[in-house]
Design a protein around this ligand. Structure first.
Ligand code: HTL
Ligand code: MG
Length: 633
């Protein structure tokens, strides 16, 4: 796409410039922003649909509030592209989510306008409440706004914050950005409630008239009006929030800038907790995204004219696809299987399952804690729940895993996707820690597949165990080995020798096996595919320790507490003082880039592994690229 014509946007370097525009110019600015976002994201990929839906919100908030002195906290933060463009990052959007470029989410170190770093959902009200309380203590005049989607509002954390905020009487504005979508259509009783609010006559009248709803009715008349609506059997918008101590305003059309600006001005300086309910359309203004907001939630580079993706599909299946096939096949064979997702049907590979086994499928909303304890309850009654969850989001459900699942030794299978480095989404979504935080939990069996076939067999293994199990696999595709159709388990706690060499033994856990084999060939090292992080194949570790002068562990998890630490503990327990080199993710957050770039940066590609081993052996530490075999890899 050629650079769109953007006369208004060209004048805006910061929200100061925006605030100099006349109100009548704002709708045209929003259109320019929208075209700019489509043009940029078509090149870089990113979270398109949510950002298109929040263009007017970003314009209106920066227009009405004195940012960055006033704080805007964007929940999840995937809807902030207009905010980024308006706050001095228009050019930087060209390298959105790329190595060295700006992040796809707000980051405090990226801009003073990014009041709070987000990525995981449902944190905005808590953070904004903290800021509001701090502002009140400081005695200064600072307004604080949390912008939260209807999906993010389904999480416990959002309710915890409403519960606290409604009682504190803090000066806080919550803007509920309701598009009836999470990534897929939003679910749950709350979502049903919003839908009833929308279909109520009150909103229909407002929408048709295009008028403001923010009537400052005196309390008695207001009460009478509501009583009247009640008697007509209608849903009174906002009752739920009012009961929680929030003054409710809305619903408003979130794409009608004049009404949005007026509404924000009216509620801006009211005291106490307020909630402004705004209705938007996900993907607004770009036909392909409006038609299919789920697909355009997160996209790779695409052709803006047609909306079609630029990259052709990968030749081999992703690990997500391997899980997707497995869960359907196993459900076919075992009626006890129930699958659970916390609002990640597409990303976790449960679309086919949800269609084929609707009665055994549960999207529980963005509620990881509930997902895991719900699974525990199912398991108590003899069902075999499979929780499909990203490594990064399982962090939310840690206590539930320890206390509700593992302590009771319940047969819950965790299918942990996006374990390891995740590329352009960056550290908010990276799965760097699961091996560390899972390994110390008793009763848990932990597996890391090195290829697609192994992934399927590990899922079967975990599913058939009589206690909790986790299979953690990376984002994207594996080495491309054929996947058998059977449902055969693996022997628990057994690794395998993949290459016999001299002096050095590389113990690979999961995805890095391919790179380890390549490095092992260059070094003439022994290479083992460990498969199980817990129980560790101690016999194999001890045999390798006795036959080699150096052990090298490789994993796509933090070195601290990860699989290599399990090997170190094993050696210490047996009193073996074999030199050990632990390779894995560093003790810092790895910035967004492609996955390959991140792996290279962390020394987890074949060159990096070989260089690290040579450095330890005292050979030349200089990195010489390994000659690649061109075909068959
Ligand atoms: N679980 C948690 C704790 N955080 C995140 N971010 C996810 C899952 C994954 N996720 C998103 S965006 C999103 C989910 C579930 C849907 C949010 O819906 P909402 O916003 O209604 O709040 P909308 O997209 O504008 O409709 C990302 O990881 C980006
Ligand atoms: Mg939504």
């Amino acid at each position: 796409m050629t650079q769109p014509d953007t006369p208004l946007l060209d004048r805006i370097r910061s929200p100061e410039d925006l605030r100099r525009l006349r109100p009548g110019e704002l709708p045209a600015l929003a259109e320019e922003l929208r075209r700019e976002i489509v043009a940029r994201v078509a090149e870089t990929g990113g979270h398109l649909a949510a950002s298109l839906g929040a263009v007017e919100l970003a314009v209106a908030l920066h227009y009405v509030f004195d940012t960055p002195h006033d704080r805007i906290v964007w929940d999840v933060g995937h809807q902030t592209y207009a905010h980024k463009i308006l706050t001095g990052r228009r050019e930087a959007m060209r390298a959105l989510r790329r190595r060295g470029g700006i992040a796809g989410f707000p980051r405090r170190d990226e801009s003073p306008y990014d009041a709070f770093g987000t990525g995981h959902s449902s944190t905005s009200i808590s953070a904004a409440l903290g800021m509001a309380v701090a502002a009140a203590r400081g005695g200064g005049r600072r307004r604080v706004v949390a912008v939260i989607g209807d999906g993010a509002m389904t999480a416990g954390m959002a309710f915890e914050a409403l519960n606290h905020g409604g009682d504190l009487d803090a000066d806080l504005l919550v803007v509920l950005n309701d598009n009836e979508m999470s990534i897929s259509p939003n679910v749950g009783a709350l979502s049903n409630y919003f839908a009833r609010v929308l279909s109520s006559r009150l909103y229909t009248t407002v929408r048709e008239g295009g008028k403001r709803v923010l009537d400052h009715l005196p309390p008695v008349r207001e009460l009478a009006r509501r009583a009247e609506e009640h008697m007509k059997g209608m849903v009174v918008p906002g009752t739920l929030f009012e009961e929680l101590g929030f003054q409710y305003f809305g619903p408003f059309d979130g794409h009608d800038l004049p009404s949005l600006v007026r509404a924000l001005r009216n509620v801006r300086d009211l005291p106490g907790p307020r909630l402004l309910h705004v209705i938007t359309r996900k993907g607004k203004g770009y036909a392909p995204a409006e038609a299919d907001p789920c697909t355009y939630h997160g996209v790779g580079p695409f052709d803006p004219a047609s909306g079609r993706p630029r990259a052709s599909g990968a030749a081999s299946p992703t690990y997500t696809q391997v899980f997707s096939d497995w869960v359907c096949d196993m459900a076919e064979r075992d009626p006890r299987l129930v699958a659970i997702t916390p609002a990640m049907r597409e990303g976790s590979g449960l679309v086919a399952f949800s269609e084929r086994f609707p009665d055994r499928y549960h999207d529980v909303g963005i509620a990881e804690q509930h997902a895991v304890t719900f699974a525990a309850g199912l398991a108590c009654e003899g069902l075999r729940p499979v929780v499909a969850i990203y490594s990064t989001f399982l962090q939310r459900a840690y206590d539930q895993l320890v206390h509700d699942v593992a302590l009771q030794n319940l047969p819950v299978l965790l299918a942990i996707d996006r374990a390891g480095l995740v590329g352009p989404d960056g550290p908010t979504h990276g799965g760097a820690f699961d091996l560390s935080y899972l390994r110390c939990v008793p009763n848990l069996t932990i597996m890391a597949p090195a290829d697609e076939a192994e992934c399927r067999r590990m899922l079967t293994t975990g599913f058939l165990l009589d206690g909790p199990a986790a299979v953690r696999y990376p984002r994207g595709t594996g080495p491309g080995v054929p996947v058998p159709q059977d449902l055969e388990p693996l022997p628990v706690g057994r690794g395998e020798l993949r290459r016999e060499g001299r002096d050095v033994a590389i113990l690979a856990f999961g995805a890095p096996l391919a790179a380890a084999l390549e490095a092992g060939a260059a070094l003439d090292a022994t290479v083992a595919n460990m498969r199980f992080v817990k129980p560790l194949d101690e016999d194999l570790v001890l045999a390798l320790a006795r036959g080699h002068g150096l052990l090298v562990t490789v994993e796509e998890n933090a070195v601290a507490g990860g699989a290599g630490s399990a090997v170190a503990e094993c050696l210490a327990r047996h009193g073996l003082a074999v030199p050990l080199l632990q390779l894995g993710l560093p003790d810092r957050f790895v910035a967004h880039a492609t996955r390959a770039e991140q792996l290279a940066e962390c020394g987890l590609d074949a060159d990096g592994i070989r260089a690290a081993v040579e450095a330890r052996l005292g050979r030349s530490a200089e990195v010489r690229p390994i000659a690649r075999r061109s075909a068959g890899r």
